[in-house]
Design a protein around this ligand. Structure first.
Ligand SMILES: *Cc1c(COP(=O)(O)O)cnc(C)c1O
Length: 392
């Protein structure tokens, strides 16, 4: 199978993943079990939280988080207007109403002032996204949330290992949700994690990911009585991680710090290579907000969506794979049908039209990045905004 010359990302697997996977296969216990527990323990330690619960995706983690908080019909959940769809869909799953708030264009994260402007008597929760690996401005957001009794779920899908003012994300709000999709910092194929400091929330998430059963599943032990089945007192789901994924997660945790260091080095190199292009706004971390560059997202200052698309086509023709940053909600049919209009969230709309994610993954060489930067320079020149006709 041959892909683009420069793919947007590439997972970092080696002998360790293969060995741990083989051990799980040989053990005969392949669903949630000892390797998942080990992955959870290491993830919790690394993010300095007492509880981490693995799931089959970040979407499941978000769903479980709102469910555990008791959010439901009649409640409003604030979500940034520029994010992956499931930051909002999780509120729909529990029957709540989504209320969008605009982002800041320099960080692509929730604008604390836009958040404050939409808080009302029914606001019960906010899904705060650390988009592209950069921590959101948590101090003003948490202060506002505390003042109004709003629960905070961090959508840290992109932000494994990100810190905010020296504290890892995932332990700042009530719950944190991480993704191990192949586009993210570490991957288990598909997978997610819920983090929390609250023992009761952790117990509820743990039960509801496993059919509502309160007893933790594990390798087959001898049950106290052969006929005992558990009491299933609450509605649950099957959103568990398998031990095949858990084993890959354990191997990925070994590499996390070196993967993060490599991403930071790649981002610095792009900054150096692209810094002189007046046409491009490069990703910039706000003070105190860590950035893992899960996505290296640049923004075109001129020309709007048509020019952005032309630049991306040009890059694709040179074998350089790119993607838009993410979605603005007015572009999602599901929300457009509910009357969301582009004019309501002008900064999200601008981010929707003008962002490009460049290839960035550990193992890419300085030469690769030089070629991508050169390709981008050519693409920008080819798609130059039309010069104004001379007068007279
Ligand atoms: C990737 C992503 C998700 C979804 O993660 P899955 O593990 O694919 O369910 C949610 N929110 C954000 C911000 C993401 O980037």
């Amino acid at each position: 199978m041959s892909g683009p010359r420069f793919p947007i990302t590439r997972p970092a697997f080696d002998e360790k993943e293969r060995r741990l996977l083989a051990e799980v296969l040989d053990s005969g216990w392949v669903t949630q079990g000892p390797r998942t527990a080990e992955f959870e323990a290491r993830f919790a330690r690394r993010h300095r939280v007492p509880f981490a619960l693995a799931t089959n995706s970040c979407t499941s983690a978000l769903h479980l988080s709102l469910s555990a908080l008791g959010i439901g019909p009649g409640d409003e959940v604030v979500v940034p207007a520029f994010t992956w769809v499931t930051s909002a869909y999780c509120a729909e799953y529990v029957g709540a109403r989504v209320v969008f708030a605009d982002i800041r264009l320099d960080t692509f994260n929730l604008d604390p002032e836009a958040f404050a402007a939409v808080v009302g008597p029914a606001t019960r929760a906010a899904v705060v996204v650390h988009l592209f690996g950069q921590a959101a401005e948590m101090d003003p957001i948490l202060e506002l949330a505390r003042r109004h009794g709003i629960r905070v779920v961090e959508d840290a899908a992109c932000a494994v290992g990100t810190e905010y003012r020296g504290t890892p994300v995932g332990g700042l709000g009530d719950l944190g949700c991480f993704s191990f999709h192949p586009r993210k910092v570490i991957t288990t194929g598909e997978g997610g994690m819920v983090t929390t400091r609250d023992a009761e929330l952790a117990a509820t998430v743990g039960a509801r990911r496993n059919h509502g059963a309160r007893a933790a599943p594990g390798p087959p032990a001898v049950p106290p009585k052969p006929y005992e089945m558990g009491s299933f007192d609450e509605l649950g789901y099957n959103l568990r991680m398998s031990d095949l994924q858990g084993a890959v997660g354990v191997a990925q945790m070994d590499k996390l710090d070196s993967l993060l260091a490599e991403r930071a080095a790649c981002a610095r190199r792009y900054h150096d290579l692209l810094g002189e292009l007046a046409d491009l706004e490069l990703p910039r971390a706000a003070p105190g907000c860590g950035h893992t560059y899960q996505s290296y997202v640049v923004r075109l200052r001129e020309g709007g969506r048509e020019r952005r698309n032309a630049v991306m086509e040009s890059l694709a023709a040179e074998g350089i794979q790119t993607r838009p940053g993410t979605h603005a909600v007015h572009c999602l049919g599901y929300y457009r049908r509910r009357g969301i209009r582009r004019e309501e969230f002008p900064r999200a709309a601008q981010a929707e039209d003008t962002t490009i994610t460049l290839p960035l993954f550990p193992g890419m060489s300085p030469g690769d990045q030089e070629q991508i930067a050169a390709g981008l320079r050519r693409a920008l020149a080819r798609a130059a905004p039309a010069p104004r006709p001379a007068s007279g």
